[in-house]
Ligand binder design. Sequence first.
Ligand code: LLP
Length: 437
Amino acid sequence: MNRPAQRLDERFFAYRGGSLCAEAVPFDELARRFGTPSYVYSGAAMDDAYAAIDAALETTPHLVAYAVKANGNLSILRRLGRAGCGMDIVSGGELARVLAAGVPAARILFSGVGKTDTELRAALRAGVRSIHVESAPELDALEGVAHELGARAPVALRVNPNVDSETHPYIATGLHDNKFGLELPIARSLLPRILASPHLSLVGLGCHVGSQCRSPAPIEDAVAITASFAAECARAGARLRLLDAGGGWPIRYGDEVERIHPPADFGQAIRRGVERGGAAGLNLEIAVEPGRALVGDAGVLLTRVLYVKEQAGKRFVVVDAAMTELIRPALYQAYHAVLPVTEPDPRAGRAPADLVGPVCETADFLALARPLPPLRRGDLLAIRGAGAYGASMASNYNGRPRAPEVMVDANLMQLIRARETIEDTWRGEMSSSVSIP
Ligand code: LLP
């Protein structure tokens, strides 16, 4: 646990004059205006991440479809949408968000293992680019809904390539014993019926092997398998347009020992995979669905020290943020770099501390045995890598209102989500009873 922090990207969050800043705005100022805990995003970091991912695929027709689940804030969706980004959604709620943010339906891919008929209907009505089918019964449901609407559903089959993404088991999705995708023989068996249906049109194939992939190799392998199946589908008469290589492009959280591959390596691996699979001649549009690589490193969770206590020879730093704002450490033992907002004096040294929140769970920690400088009540800390799967996985557990989200652009601060009030947290909790006859 006591691993040395690797060098983080300092272009968007860096110390200036002894104070940590988001672009040109010191975090002390952000804390004064918006309180703590709060999420702070750098707009330039998101723009930069999008540009790098887009550039990684520039030699191929492509669609970067942001995995909305990473952070569905409307302002972020609007920002990425205006830059030309598409969206990978997994629910009717995300569909509505993306449409509300003004993203054209033709840039929306609908993934997910359990879509309801209502969600399928909404997606067809909106005119999304493709609906990624993950099981035979889902194909039945989609066909039924398309029939009812007199439509032809654009189907992409999500293949489960049985490739190990070598990541945390909870975020690995490409192995046969995961719930995701279709094993190749099953996908193959669906082909004739899709091709024969007046309500289905096979427009693409997809795969996604997992998140925070340390190496592009598993993605290349998965793409090669999917591409080879694409060639097979084309031979069977399918007019495929799209090959979706999924997300999983990594970011640096601060404990990585090995090099984190840049987007260009992933772009290359995907192109190699298409060639290896023998699908280069199909001129398929390549879609990718990165979530964290677009927004993860653009966000910080800003928190204030409430208490410092020593117990059993350990130093506990109790802060006002918790697993309710960032569940990744509790759920995946994830490491997030912690930076004091006031630049520490190197002479003061560092000693291990557990950074814990106020929630009544032993798993409510943000960092364990982390070498941190001396801290006292009132000090501010910035937890890096909180732009993805921070706010989007937040909860009201322990009666905690959700934290605000602030977007910084140079010296401009924009509140893009207000802090919840206590009343917000119980909205909808009315008593109305019905009895069965
Ligand atoms: N596409 C599909 C089909 C996915 O299931 C996911 C993530 C993504 C794209 C985006 O993955 P990314 O590029 O962000 O790694 N809550 C976890 C991550 C779960 C992701 C589930 N699916 C975390 O905090 O690490």
